[in-house]
Design a protein around this ligand. Structure first.
Ligand SMILES: Cc1cc2nc3c(=O)[nH]c(=O)nc-3n(C[C@H](O)[C@H](O)[C@H](O)COP(=O)(O)OP(=O)(O)OC[C@H]3O[C@@H](n4cnc5c(N)ncnc54)[C@H](O)[C@@H]3O)c2cc1C
Length: 542
């Protein structure tokens, strides 16, 4: 007989975007008591450090902004990216639940979303792709003063102070005025993932949903065919929490668990950019009770680099994602042969897959390790990994007066690097990259230098010494394989039957879009959708 220390209708594990949405939906759809159990002493998980963007096709903001979209186009796009790989039921859950979730958050919570016009889908030229964007949603800023003391419980961004602006303001309006900036300081207004988590947290607090910190969920309890609760590790020992209606696992991916990474991922993964608490606890619990698994070898891939200054909460190595650094003109990426191997400005998820090319003869991953290379012109113009042009650089950067010595210092073939740079420069002069088509689509140019016309917003010569190099990692935003669900976010068993009372949402689950990263917000769109679906269904207690 289990002694229950705590009881609720719906018990949500984790406090990232998927979890907070699940908790709010559960409450609003009729669960009287909802609790959140969080492993750390902070709210928000990786979601709080993120850009907060969500990819949700056919949402109502698109229509308001006059951007046309249709299921037909979306399905054509997804099918062209991963033929025969999508589970029709999960896909339907995403396509119907996504717009419903956006409406729900807009109407019932302080979350304020808008279409980020101009940001194209990540493979914009594929059939059905949104070339001029519209499917990615951005958060308006949220004033953290509205959180009172809770403001300090939200995980801060990875680099620098929270931004007081939204993507829309930065990318489409050219920023905000000094007066507005000052006004936002007074209200501690924050954009991006901080806005999303801040607003969701406000929604949670408004509903009196309790958050229990330093409660690490470790084991699910089953009675007959139904999940009835969970055991958690706390500072005062093991505790058992009863779930009268359902348990929602929203504990993020398994990227910080070396054994699970080696067991499941299809190639090396050396630089996760998520919170280090995402150690696969949810996956282990789900496997333990016989959940069906899916998408286990995939992840949301992301080129990353080891942070120059160890300042992480628990001093684990901290990896930073690499986005504009590899897109801005004057940089390339090369492997140890000194060769370019991909369109550096391509979307991170697709680029991450290029890192797993294997040479059967040398028995080596051809593109690992790999390096970001740029010259002094680039350095004088742009920030890189948080360093402004005027800042002293850290040991993260290797600097040399010539390409040959840079290559030698990095362990790269010098002849290969010199040849690659010569060839690239020649193609820059012709405004065309025939090797990898860098700059040939709207996405490539989006994160480039907008003071140049495409494709020169991403194509630029490397010819001004000194030269700079950074060793790069095969990183992930998070893994995205795990328990398989149906369209209601119910976890399935290997007989494809729902395990009653058990739900999964976010990076812990088998991603509904499998290997696809549709566009900006490709992880949070599905994560919050399935969080919403999970909370809604769990509240019904069926
Ligand atoms: C800098 C950066 C920018 C990004 N920008 C975007 C973006 O704009 N759009 C986008 O779609 N994606 C973005 N991502 C990726 C995105 O943040 C993640 O994929 C997403 O937040 C995952 O959400 P989640 O709810 O599944 O997990 P998380 O937000 O990571 O939350 C998981 C939570 O579970 C907790 N937990 C773990 N184990 C347990 C346990 N055993 N018991 C209880 N709690 C547990 C963790 O502590 C954590 O709080 C970005 C990531 C980074 C780092």
């Amino acid at each position: 007989m289990i002694h229950w220390h705590l009881e609720a209708d719906v018990v949500v594990l984790g406090s990232g975007g998927a979890a907070l949405t699940a908790a709010i939906a559960a409450k609003d759809f009729g669960a009287e008591e909802v609790v959140i159990l969080e492993k750390t002493n902070m709210v928000g998980g990786t979601t709080a450090m993120s850009g907060g963007m969500m990819w949700v096709p056919c949402n109502h903001h698109q229509a308001e902004a006059g951007v046309e979209d249709s299921w037909e186009d979306v399905v054509t796009y997804l099918d062209s990216l991963a033929p025969d790989q999508l589970d029709p039921e999960q896909l339907e859950g995403f396509l119907t639940g996504g717009p419903e979730m956006v409406k729900f958050l807009d109407e019932k919570t302080p979350v304020k979303l808008r279409t980020l016009t101009g940001l194209p889908d990540y493979q914009p030229d594929f059939p059905g792709g949104a070339i001029e964007g519209g499917r990615s949603l951005d958060n308006d800023v949220f004033p953290f003063v509205e959180l009172g003391n809770w403001a300090t419980r939200v995980i801060p961004p990875k680099l620098g102070p929270p931004r007081p602006t939204s993507y829309h303001e930065d990318m489409n309006l050219g920023g905000i005025s000094d007066e507005e900036r000052e006004a936002r300081k007074q209200t501690d207004s924050r954009g991006r993932g901080q806005a999303l988590v801040g607003a969701l947290l406000r929604g949670v607090l408004d509903r009196d949903i309790a958050i229990h910190f330093e409660h690490r969920a470790m084991k699910l309890h089953k009675e007959g065919e139904r999940i009835i609760g969970v055991t958690v590790e706390t500072a005062s020992g093991e505790q058992h929490v009863k779930a009268r209606k359902g348990v929602v696992i929203a504990t993020g991916g398994f990227e910080w668990n070396k054994e699970l990474v080696q067991t499941f991922l299809r190639g090396p993964m050396t630089g996760p950019v998520s919170v280090p608490e995402n150690e696969g606890d949810g996956l282990l619990m789900a496997m333990d009770i016989g959940a069906k698994l899916g998408n286990m070898s995939n992840a949301f891939w992301m080129p990353s680099a080891l942070e120059w200054q160890v300042q992480h909460r628990d001093a684990k190595p901290n990896y930073m994602l690499c986005q504009h650094e590899r897109t801005l003109p004057g940089s390339i990426m090369v492997n140890r042969a000194g060769k370019r191997f991909a369109d550096e400005a391509a979307n991170y998820n697709a680029l991450g897959m290029a890192l797993h090319v294997f040479d059967a003869n040398t028995h080596n991953y051809v593109n690992l390790p790999y390096f970001l290379i740029f010259d002094q012109r680039y350095r004088s113009r742009y920030n890189a990994f948080g360093f402004k042009p005027e800042d002293d650089l850290s040991d993260m950067f290797t600097v040399a007066d010539s390409l040959e010595s840079l290559a030698a210092d990095l362990g790269v073939d010098p002849d290969g690097l010199v040849q690659s740079v010569d060839r690239f420069n020649k193609h820059v002069d012709e405004s065309h990259d025939p090797d990898f088509n860098r700059g040939s689509n709207t996405y490539d140019n989006y994160w480039g230098d907008k003071s140049f016309e495409p494709p020169m917003s991403t194509l630029g010569r490397l010819d001004q010494p000194p030269y700079y190099g950074v060793k790069m990692e095969a990183g992930v935003l998070g893994t995205n394989g795990g328990p398989k669900t149906n369209a209601y976010a119910q976890v399935l068993n290997w007989q494809n039957q729902p395990i009653k009372g058990l739900y999964a949402a976010g990076n812990v689950m088998a991603a509904p879009l499998a290997m696809i990263y549709g566009g900006g917000g490709g992880t949070l769109g599905p994560a919050l959708t399935f969080g919403y679906l999970a909370g809604k269904h769990a509240a019904s207690g069926t």
